[in-house]
Design a protein around this ligand. Structure first.
Ligand code: 5GP
Length: 195
């Protein structure tokens, strides 16, 4: 049987990616897991090591790079972020689809050595994601400006993804992504329990 789907979700900070992904994971009819990335960024209030991220220091992260532990990694907003192979490969072999919440640089690396994936770019109009970033209140002004600058560049790359979705209505976005994932399972011979 073929391996389960790899679903890459990218989009600027504040676009609602985390909420969309949480809703996908809560749908018991889709056998999915979220790959927990490693990062050198400090945890935000409420973030739990091993659940939201593996919070590593730079030495440990760089040792992981040297040891080939990463499927991809990138520097985003001054910190390292990376996908651990161990978070992905063995789960796909066990028929669980894996979601990667990664930036555009990470996606470019994954697609170089993987031709079997679904890539989705989520975005909202700029004034909306700026407001969301500010409401989150977890960054200072300089960090917010850095994220906005990155976001503008990322949006110019949206056409590189198989699907671009404007996250205007959460329910609609979630149901469109669910359908895209079901299509992926169907193409692979129906290992999703609801099909
Ligand atoms: P945040 O600091 O807001 O959690 O994440 C910042 C950015 O890093 C987001 O765009 C997120 O998609 C990206 N990111 C999170 N994990 C990874 C990863 O493992 N690899 C890459 N390349 N980007 C990641």
């Amino acid at each position: 049987m073929s391996r389960s789907p790899l679903i890459i979700v990218s989009g600027p900070s504040g676009v609602g990616k985390t909420t969309v992904i949480q809703r996908l994971l809560a749908d018991a009819s889709l056998p999915l897991r979220l790959s927990v990335s490693a990062t050198t960024r400090k945890p935000r209030a409420g973030e739990v090591d091993g659940q939201h991220y593996h919070f590593w220091d730079r030495d440990r992260f760089e040792a992981g790079i040297a040891a080939g532990q990463f499927l991809e990694y990138a520097q985003v907003h001054g910190n390292y972020y990376g996908t651990l192979r161990d978070e992905v490969e063995r789960h796909r072999d066990c028929q669980t689809g894996v979601i990667l919440d990664i930036d555009v640089q990470g996606f470019f690396q994954v697609r170089q050595h993987c031709d079997d994936y679904l890539s989705i770019f989520l975005y909202v109009p700029e004034d909306r994601y700026e407001a969301r970033l500010r409401n989150r209140a977890s960054e200072d002004e300089a960090a917010i400006q850095r994220r906005l600058q990155t976001a503008r560049w990322e949006i110019t790359q949206a056409g590189e993804y198989m699907v671009q979705l404007v996250n205007e209505d959460l329910d609609e976005t979630v149901s469109r992504v669910q359908q895209l994932i079901r299509d992926q399972y169907q193409r692979r011979g129906g290992s999703c329990s609801t099909i």
